[in-house]
Design a protein around this ligand. Structure first.
Ligand code: SAM
Length: 189
């Protein structure tokens, strides 16, 4: 039996190396996005997005996914230490390529910064979705007018950029522009 293609480490917040999550919370603040439901791919051990949204008065609710045991454990400890954070911030362990559409609500904002970074032959072995299929699923689960964001400095952006270009031709989305290192699309109303 093939094992899950999981992330074998925890990722700390290193803004100089990977600023996407900080740029994301900057984006939410600068756009005045409040009371929104947010899907976030790749929590990091730091859980910056969920914690910031829970503590900055925005009333944004975040669902984060991580494929790292360390990051999931960090969330468990966080939820125990800070119940007020876990009220609006839920993170769970899983492979994003195994999401089940029946279990997903609609989101106002979807952040897919690590598109194309982690899909591998192991994923194919257990018939996981491809990056494009995962992107289509989360597009379907984005409310009309909602935001879908990517990370232009991703280590896989050469491949992600091609997937995004094809997706943008075939799905009801429009490019809004860039915000710092992020690429911003909106689902058409
Ligand atoms: C390089 S870390 C970046 C974390 C955070 N976004 C940051 O920039 O600080 C990559 C993240 O992707 C997550 N990840 C990797 N493969 C995944 C998968 N198949 N499904 C869900 N999350 C995955 C890891 O658990 C980790 O949180």
């Amino acid at each position: 039996m093939n094992k899950l293609n999981y992330y074998t480490d925890g990722w700390p917040l290193i803004v100089e190396m990977c600023p996407c999550d900080v740029h994301f919370t900057d984006f939410l603040a600068e756009r005045g996005i409040r009371n929104a439901s947010i899907f976030h791919f790749g929590t990091g051990t730091h859980h910056h997005v969920g914690i910031t949204c829970a503590e900055n008065g925005s009333n944004n609710a975040v669902m984060g996914i991580t494929a790292s045991i360390e990051e999931a454990e960090a969330y468990t400890k966080l939820a125990i230490e800070k119940p007020n954070v876990s009220r609006s911030y839920k993170a769970f362990f899983g492979d994003i390529y195994l999401l089940d559409r029946r279990l997903l609500p609609e989101f106002d904002v979807v952040a897919l910064f690590h598109l194309c970074e982690f899909w591998g032959p192991e994923s194919a072995a257990y018939h996981a979705m491809t990056d494009r299929q995962m992107l289509d699923l989360l597009t379907e689960k984005t409310r009309p007018g909602g935001h879908i964001l990517f990370y232009t400095k991703s280590m896989a952006f050469d491949r992600a950029g091609l997937v995004i270009a094809q997706w943008a031709k075939e799905r009801p989305v429009e490019r809004e522009g860039e915000f710092k290192t992020l690429l911003v699309y909106r689902k058409k109303k």
